[in-house]
Design a protein around this ligand. Structure first.
Ligand SMILES: Nc1ncnc2c1ncn2[C@@H]1O[C@H](COP(=O)(O)OP(=O)(O)OP(=O)(O)O)[C@@H](O)[C@H]1O
Ligand SMILES: [Mg+2]
Length: 283
């Protein structure tokens, strides 16, 4: 069976200097020959320091930006070639959750509209039917139905991230790119949101790309891990392999930076983070 997502040789550079005529005189390579796969129901962690190119990879995978070269195949199809109905289907099936829920939700939109909008755009579903679905999904992520007419500013960061997750789930996706989804949240809330992501994966067979600079989190959540360093994949393996036998000096330094090298790894579908504690300490 072919994987849900296949990424081959992604290359992306951005212009970083122009002459007085506006012509680009210098480009910086941000992703260089990046390749990996993600299977249905699998979590692939992407770790690396700030500026390593993690988010740029996530955006290329979702066709939010075009690679200079390389191929992203989703369910066997090159996403670059998708148009019309196929592109809409891809937009339904592949979603993204960002680090900062305050900026990923429109401040002028009620929660009812923020979560319901994709249903109207993709299926023309409105009114009571839409509300019913919005309430269902909000309850699933632990929010109450009486919060529908509130605005983002009325919620905490943790609640907003649940709402952002609800919005991403509305169209019943197969795959979500989670770009540092708990980095902006209080430590006490992080574990709740991560457990929600784990539970949703179990229920719905979701595949995730989980982007983080925190290797202990990734070890807990991810089945396999890609280590990026300055735009390149320097190492790929199961979380366990990387922890036990890191090969690249950068991976070694990441592993050494984790407080307890015997971090409990994700071995079963019942993996959970102790919500009472800092997820980074929950082992
Ligand atoms: N649109 C752009 N134009 C120019 N440079 C960009 C653009 N987007 C990203 N970059 C640069 O590409 C590099 C990689 O950025 P990216 O956001 O992918 O890194 P990251 O690994 O996600 O980092 P972080 O952990 O800080 O989120 C950075 O040096 C960034 O400044
Ligand atoms: Mg980033």
């Amino acid at each position: 069976m072919s994987p849900l997502l296949e990424v081959e040789g992604l290359h992306k550079s951005f212009p970083t200097a122009r002459n007085i005529f506006g012509r680009v005189t210098e480009r910086t390579v941000v992703t260089k020959d990046v390749s990996f796969t993600v299977a249905t129901g699998e979590t692939l962690g992407i770790v690396g320091e700030s500026g390593a190119g993690k988010s740029t990879v996530g955006r290329q995978v979702l066709r939010l930006i075009e690679p200079d070269s390389g191929v992203v195949r989703f369910d066997g199809k090159n996403v670059r070639d998708l148009g019309g109905k196929d592109l809409l289907a891809f937009r339904r099936r592949a979603q993204m959750i960002f680090q900062d829920p305050f900026s990923s939700l429109d401040p002028h939109m009620t929660i009812r509209n923020a979560v319901g909008e994709p249903l109207t755009i993709h299926y023309g579903i409105k009114g009571d039917e839409r509300d019913r679905r919005v309430v269902d999904i909000l309850e699933r992520v632990g929010m109450r139905a009486d919060q529908l007419d509130k605005y983002p500013r009325e919620f905490s960061g943790g609640q907003l991230q649940r709402i952002a997750i609800a919005r991403a789930l509305t169209l019943d996706p197969d795959f979500i790119v989670c770009d540092e989804p708990v980095a902006a949240l209080d430590v006490s809330i992080q574990a709740q949101v991560l457990n929600l992501l784990l539970d949703l994966q179990k229920e719905r067979g979701l595949a995730y790309i989980f982007i983080s600079h925190d290797l202990s989190l990734v070890r807990f959540l991810a089945h396999r891990v890609v280590v990026m360093y300055r735009g390149e994949v320097v190492e790929t393996g199961t979380a366990e392999e990387l922890f036990e036998r890191p090969q690249h000096p950068y991976t070694k330094s990441l592993v050494e930076a984790v407080p307890d090298p015997r971090t409990r790894r994700r071995t079963t579908s019942t993996a959970r983070i102790d919500t009472a504690r800092n997820p980074a300490e929950a082992r």
